[in-house]
Design a binder for this molecule. Structure first.
Ligand code: SAH
Length: 220
């Protein structure tokens, strides 16, 4: 399963995707992440990728040609859906992430093509011609689609079997479908006493029933 990310700022992804769990998942070939520079596809002079909006208005708009050529080229290697990150898209929730992950699990040969906007966004004709889905990561406006793309890759990837250390670890997450309760209980680790604050004794009782009951009583 592969994620092909289209951006005019490819370096943004370097450090995040090359650390920790996502790094290991790529090394184990559980996922592939490819970052592509939209600018490379530009046929305009100086590899221009933006222009002023027709009809006036503030800011610049990403021109259709480089994005069109980039998506067309990527569709040859990635048969998955094309997602454009946009504040007006459907908001990404854990439930939607599970749906995307299930799609990948069912068809491991597919993936997603992820388009990151910048400036005021992309020319509407690209949305009409090539975008299958618009996804928002929340009701606020960012300067670009790169953080949304990383969010998408991160939360979908960790639902792919083998990506997390223990297979069951994501089944206990807050909001997970697999969990009837919708909330998370408080968690603690060493030391047992920190700045005079103690970890609740019940967690050391070894009594799983009591511990489970305590967890249920302390959901947040
Ligand atoms: N003019 C636009 C905002 C553009 S923000 C408007 O008013 O709606 C620039 C780019 O950042 C967008 O093209 C999009 O790709 C990305 N972006 C910003 N906020 C986002 C969000 N909440 N979710 C997903 N993408 C977002």
């Amino acid at each position: 399963m592969r994620f092909d990310i289209l951006t005019i700022f490819p370096q943004i992804f370097d450090s995040y995707l090359d650390q920790s769990i996502l790094k290991r998942a790529q090394a184990k070939k559980l996922i592939e992440i490819h970052v592509h520079d939209i600018r490379k596809y530009s046929k305009q002079s100086h590899k221009k990728v933006d222009d002023i909006p027709y009809g006036g208005g503030a800011g610049m708009v990403m021109t259709p040609q480089p994005i069109y050529d980039a998506i067309k080229a990527l569709k040859k290697v990635n048969k998955g859906r094309v997602i454009y990150f946009s504040p007006r898209g459907a908001v990404l929730t854990q439930q939607r992430a599970e749906k995307y992950a299930q799609e990948l699990i069912k068809k491991p040969k597919t993936g997603f093509i992820l388009l990151c906007g910048r400036y005021e966004g992309i020319d509407e004709r690209i949305i009409e011609m090539l975008i299958d889905e618009e996804v928002s990561i929340g009701k606020y406006i960012l300067t670009g689609g790169e953080i949304p793309a990383m969010t998408f890759v991160d939360c979908v990837s960790r639902l792919i079997p083998g990506v997390l250390g223990k297979e069951e670890s994501h089944l206990n997450d807050s909001f997970s479908k697999a969990l009837k309760r919708k909330k998370e209980y408080p968690i603690y680790t060493r030391p047992r006493v920190f700045k005079n604050k103690k970890v609740p004794d019940v967690l050391f009782s070894g009594n799983h029933k009591d511990i489970e009951q305590w967890k249920n009583q302390h959901l947040k």
